[in-house]
Write a protein that binds this ligand. Sequence first.
Ligand code: SF4
Ligand code: SF4
Length: 348
Amino acid sequence: MSRVNPKFATELSKYGSSDFNACFNCGNCTATCSLSTADSSFPREMIRYTTLGLEDEIKASLKPWECYYCGECSSECPREASPGELMMSLRRYLTAQYDWTGLSGLLYKSLPLSIAAFILTFVGVMAFVVSVGFELEKMIHFGHMFEMIAIGTVGVLILLPNVARMWYFTILKPKVKVPFMKYVKSMGELFVHMFTQKRALGCDDNQFRWFEHFILVIGYLSLLFTTVVLDWFASEYLFVIILGYVMSAIVFVVTIDFVLSRMKKKKEVSKHSQPSDIFFVVWLFLMGLTAFMVRLFIDLDILEMNKWLYVFHLTVLVQWALIIVPFGKWSHFLYRSFAMYFAKLKEK
Ligand code: SF4
Ligand code: SF4
């Protein structure tokens, strides 16, 4: 039997959405959404679950992840119930439910706590910098070691268990029977969506945004590979150096458009931006820009005189790896890809 949480609407409002109660069930949003089919109603089903407080159904649903927030449903809503924003808020809520540490929920719901986390990591970085006497070589060596250890630790201790919880909520708990071979055969779906995010192409008029996302994902993953595996800051190979410049430039140049869009709040998709959305794009921009500048200063042989730049980069890197990736919006990238995989597993 479904469990009803009468306080669910209040809880969800802490993740952003509060207008959905204005919905009078006209169906315009479903007629508009290009993801809707005869068997699958977007986004009205989620509005219904939310207004009724059907928490288990919401946790079992993959639909919030299938929506790429084109905003067309919100534009067409005669009641200004912002159904697109409801889907976005559900993604934040689900991220908090999947996260076994509970930190995602705390950070999503409290801006002061998020700011405290950023300050705490900054203090940690400063303490480290002071402990090594501000020595550039040691700081760069630590930065590289930190990247490798953080990727492994965050992946194994936080993200993998969270994906397992997502699998539990969406497949195991609702008792969806999936033959083992289907897990294997559908694996391609996971990687295709992870690298191409092709579901976003299902949204009308979304091609340019999809292209920007696609370039950004490729640029970000390549920059990660260049810095972590190819040790970009210490490398003397011309190919690696140029690759790092190109990838970091892609990351910060493409991100400028996302940052501006979030700041202007003109488009439907950015009108309701929450601090977590802004942190994500601003930190991504800073990651690309500071990495680019650090390597440029190394090549111009002026980094020793400008160590503050590396300290700034290291701070951004640590905050990104310890806050935004495991508990912030970065994790959406992972859950979205797994949602497509799990949706494939659920297909009859
Ligand atoms: S268009 Fe607006 S009022 Fe109509 S069903 Fe969708 S959310 Fe409700
Ligand atoms: S934001 Fe776009 S994809 Fe998401 S439910 Fe609304 S119309 Fe559909």
